[in-house]
Design a protein around this ligand. Structure first.
Ligand SMILES: Nc1ncnc2c1ncn2[C@@H]1O[C@H](COP(=O)(O)OP(=O)(O)O)[C@@H](O)[C@H]1O
Ligand code: SF4
Ligand SMILES: [Mg+2]
Length: 347
């Protein structure tokens, strides 16, 4: 049994309008029918460009936003309809690490008080001395010393603040940590250190991660499985090596083609896919395949009218594209030049 399972989960936000009498005029489909599972002790990387619904999905798992439809199960327990008390107990086992440690850590609280909060909420430790011992041990585990206890968030560097954010999650001994853009706010030189720390903690404590990032390079090295989201839906999912060596969905291909390769020879010959058009609004998503307005491989009629389901086309490799097999075999060719013609392309 997987630790975390999502079955056809959707989250919609009402769009309100009207000054005197407010009314709902539509819905932003932030997450639209996502099914995925995260195995215990592994890392699931969720990628996609800004606004595709990654954070909302993470928040839906933690019940920080309401799930409009679908089901989330954690360690075999359906989170829907749980009593407040049972949910509180389960919540300790699912923690979140945020993108912006400064924004998510109260500047008026010192580190000891920031980390004590969760322990108190969940009734861990009997007195201050005992809690302080647990906190100190956790701080050391993430590479900070006991001296950090009495200091405030602004006194730390970005990387250290993220270590505090990780310690705040870790001190509750969770099973699952949802890391939402854990290194996006950090200098490139610090990013690897924080990712390495997460990997170490995973092997020491058997943690399960859902790592959210807009940057494929970030999730590549830490993920066992990667899911790619576009406009609220999962468009491709595969083991991390397979996703990089054999991306099948046109959107995944375009994301990968935007990542520069250090070898100049490979760089010159690699496929570069330029997407036409802007990211459509999740309040008014395109019909049929959500990606059809930007897809160089789109085929008339079917792509515009029929939404492709996520289907397994190799063991552990799921793709939501009507033409995945044809694209792989090269029998359906991309059409470049809707907006940005590539050299040598016939119009
Ligand atoms: N609380 C909210 N109310 C209304 N719309 C929201 C809310 N949170 C997110 N959205 C919208 O949902 C979509 C997905 O947002 P988000 O989950 O933050 O994406 P990501 O994390 O991938 O950048 C966006 O269009 C965003 O504007
Ligand atoms: S279904 Fe059509 S539009 Fe969608 S990704 Fe596949 S080829 Fe492109
Ligand atoms: Mg986000």
């Amino acid at each position: 049994m997987s630790l975390l399972e999502l079955h056809d989960v959707s989250v919609g936000f009402p769009i309100r309008s009207g000054v005197i009498i407010e009314r709902t005029v539509g819905t932003v489909r932030a997450v639209d029918g996502v099914s995925l599972s995260v195995e215990r002790g592994t890392t699931y990387g969720l990628v996609g460009e800004s606004g595709c619904g990654k954070t909302t999905l993470g928040r839906a798992v933690l019940r920080l936003v309401d799930v409009t439809s679908g089901r989330v199960t954690f360690d075999g327990t359906d989170l829907d309809g749980l009593s407040t008390e049972r949910m509180r107990r389960l919540r300790r086992r699912m923690q979140m690490v945020f993108q912006d440690p400064l924004g998510s850590l109260d500047p008026r609280q010192n580190v000891e008080s920031l980390l004590t909060e969760g322990l108190e909420v969940h009734g861990i430790g009997t007195d201050r001395a005992q809690r302080r011992a647990v906190i100190t041990e956790t701080l050391e585990r993430v590479g900070l010393s006991a001296r950090a206890l009495s200091r405030y968030p602004h006194e730390f560097s970005g990387g250290q603040r993220q270590r505090i954010g990780i310690a705040r999650a870790l001190v509750l001994e969770p099973d699952l940590i949802i890391c939402d853009e854990p290194v996006s706010a950090l200098d490139v030189s610090v990013q690897a250190q924080v990712l390495n720390l997460l990997a170490e903690l995973q092997s020491d404590f058997g943690l399960t991660y859902l790592v959210i990032a807009h940057d494929l390079a970030v999730v590549r090295h830490v993920s066992d499985v990667i899911g790619v989201m576009y406009l609220g839906g999962l468009v491709e999912e595969a083991g991390s090596n397979e996703l990089y060596t054999e991306p099948l969905h046109p959107y995944t291909r375009s994301l990968l083609s935007a990542v520069p390769v250090p070898d100049p020879q490979v760089e010159d010959s690699r496929e570069q896919i330029l997407l036409s058009g802007d990211l459509p609004s999740p309040a008014d998503p395109p019909s049929g395949c959500r990606f059809h307005t930007r897809c160089p491989w789109r085929q008339p009629v079917r792509c515009d009218t029929e939404r492709p389901p996520l289907r397994e086309i190799a063991p552990g490799h799921r793709v939501a594209c009507h033409y995945a097999e044809e694209i792989r075999a090269g029998t359906v060719q991309p059409r470049y030049g809707d907006r940005v013609p590539a050299p040598g392309d016939t119009p």
